[in-house]
Design a protein around this ligand. Structure first.
Ligand code: NAD
Length: 497
């Protein structure tokens, strides 16, 4: 019997009493590595109750003490960085290097959470009227909920619970059912760092569990990362219950390549950003827009892409790993087929790819389409696989119009040697995260992760200052102290008369 993943409720790793179990498989071998419970309704309630209970005390714990918990946690995560990365590789199929990056980007957010004392500083203005001061400060909001996707099982949970908890909240996490082992290990280390029981709780499951969490009265705020359809459902359901919600959804990220760009850099970056992690990144580049004479670079792009090959996590030659599931592979292959049917020019077809020692893995080879038009399904849908589409534009203006007409706005990049072109792009593009000669511009945690339009629903983004605002409520005090109340103060003589 494979390992049965526990739930984390009120500080204890408990075995679920559910009758409903899911299989967690290694995507390179299909071997079942764990059985995952879909938590029962009572277990979900118990997790929320534990969080609510500890919140009453945790919100009063001094800010420096909350920060010290994060410092201890950061140190433990660093100590276990390699182990976490190896576990992550085996659970997701990511290459070891990629898995290390996944963990590291999460650790950086914990470092940010350790700065909570300065991040939550309030504001004050004295003498807003005679003898009257006004000041505002932030207070935690209660029990926060995180629902996370499969593709960054370390980084994305770490976007959420450390900052929420550092702000004084308690947290319930519902990790992806496809790779829950790393989130459990993150939780174990959090406990080891000294987190009080109930501060972080983890329940597992699918749509039913998510819906129960979303509609529970004691959940104050919801952070969700995942696909567009589910994201919209989460946003609608939770805002209908008048909760605070941030939803980070799917994407279609474009890289505009100007003909004055450094050709080698542009091509290498386009290739790496499109098929790295098998294209299973919300910031992956899925469309290259070749402007003017850069359209002649298609054969070079094809040659560079053809050199990248998938492989198993510990193969140093592997450019990327398998797709997360058989279902994901089926969906990607169907989209590749749709691209061919709709008349795009398939220059490289990874549909029949296999890796010799792991023939059952969810492999898809690097795939390249040219001649793509905006109405094709491969353009309108997020493929989330190692598939790069090439489109063309006669001018920068045309390229900007193309990108802005796409409903998603997570990330984009421009490769150019022209500062003027880069600045025009930066100003006019309707996308929340822009790279200038940087293909995947994921901001570090002292900024925020700021997807726009169809890639984000809500107002306040992940990590950085925006997350602190998301996980807190601002209170504003207007205060007046009467001079004649000062004992032995200036007006005392008046009273004595
Ligand atoms: P997903 O939407 O299938 O799952 C995300 C979470 O929602 C999981 O915890 C899952 O259990 C839950 N879920 C799934 N179906 C549900 C339903 N019907 N009702 C309620 N909950 C449900 O996403 P995924 O496949 O795990 O992740 C890939 C997607 O996430 C891609 O679309 C990618 O672009 C997106 N993503 C976005 C960002 C971002 O920052 N914008 C970051 C990473 C991933």
């Amino acid at each position: 019997m494979a390992y049965q993943v526990p739930l984390l409720i009120n500080g204890s790793m408990v075995q679920s009493k559910t009758q409903q179990w899911l299989e967690v498989t290694n995507p390179a071998s299909q071997k079942v590595i764990a059985h995952l419970p879909c938590a029962t309704a009572d277990e979900v309630k118990a997790a929320i109750a534990a969080a609510k209970n500890v919140f009453e005390q945790w919100q009063r714990v001094p800010v420096p003490e909350r920060a010290r918990l994060m410092l201890r946690y950061q140190a433990l995560l660093k100590e276990h960085h390699d182990e976490l990365a190896q576990l992550l590789s085996r659970d997701t199929g990511k290459t070891l290097e990629d898995a290390r990056g996944d963990v590291w980007r999460g650790i950086e957010v914990v470092e940010q959470a350790a700065n909570i004392s300065s991040l939550t500083l309030g504001e004050i203005q004295t003498e807003v009227a005679t003898g009257v001061d006004c000041y505002s400060f932030s207070q935690p909001i209660g029990v926060c909920l995180g629902i996370t996707p499969f593709n960054f099982p370390a980084m994305i949970p770490l976007w959420m619970f450390p900052l929420a908890i550092a702000c004084g909240n308690a947290f319930v996490l519902k990790p992806s059912e496809q790779d829950p082992l790393v989130p459990m290990e993150l939780a174990r280390l959090f406990k080891e760092a000294g987190a009080p029981d109930g501060l972080l709780n983890i329940v597992h499951g699918g749509p039913e569990v998510v819906d129960q969490l979303l509609t529970h009265d004691d959940i104050a705020a919801v952070s969700f990362v995942g696909s567009v359809a589910v994201g919209r459902h989460v946003y609608r359901t939770a805002t209908d219950r008048l909760k605070r919600v941030q939803v980070f959804a799917g994407a279609k990220n474009h890289m505009v390549v100007m003909s004055d760009a450094n050709k080698l850099q542009a091509i290498n970056n386009l290739v790496g950003a499109s098929v790295g992690a098998a294209g299973q990144r919300c910031m992956a580049i899925s469309v290259g827009v070749l402007v003017g004479e850069a359209q002649a670079w298609i054969p070079d792009i094809k040659a560079a892409l053809a050199k990248v090959q998938p492989g198993v996590w510990n193969d140093p030659q592997a450019g990327y790993g398998p797709l997360i599931s058989k279902a994901a592979k089926k969906r990607v292959l169907a989209l590749i087929e749709a691209g061919k049917q709709e008349g795009a020019d398939c220059l490289l077809d990874g549909s029949d790819c296999t890796v010799s020692e792991h023939p059952d893995g969810n492999w898809v080879g690097p795939t390249l389409f040219a001649g793509v038009t905006p109405a094709m399904r491969i353009y309108t849908e997020e493929i989330f696989g190692p598939v790069l589409l090439l489109m063309t534009a006669d001018s920068l203006e045309q390229a900007i119009a193309l990108v802005n007409a796409n409903p998603y706005g997570n990330g984009t990049a421009i490769f150019t040697a022209s500062g003027a072109a880069a600045r025009k792009y930066q100003q006019e593009i309707q996308v929340g995260q822009v790279g200038i000669n940087v293909p995947i511009p994921v901001p570090l945690p002292f900024f925020s992760f700021t997807g726009w339009r169809g890639s984000f629903y809500g107002d306040l983004h992940a990590y950085g200052k925006q997350a602190v605002r998301f996980y807190t409520e601002t209170k504003t005090v207007t205060a007046r102290w009467f001079d004649d109340d000062v004992a032995a103060g200036p007006n005392m003589s008046i009273h004595l008369k």
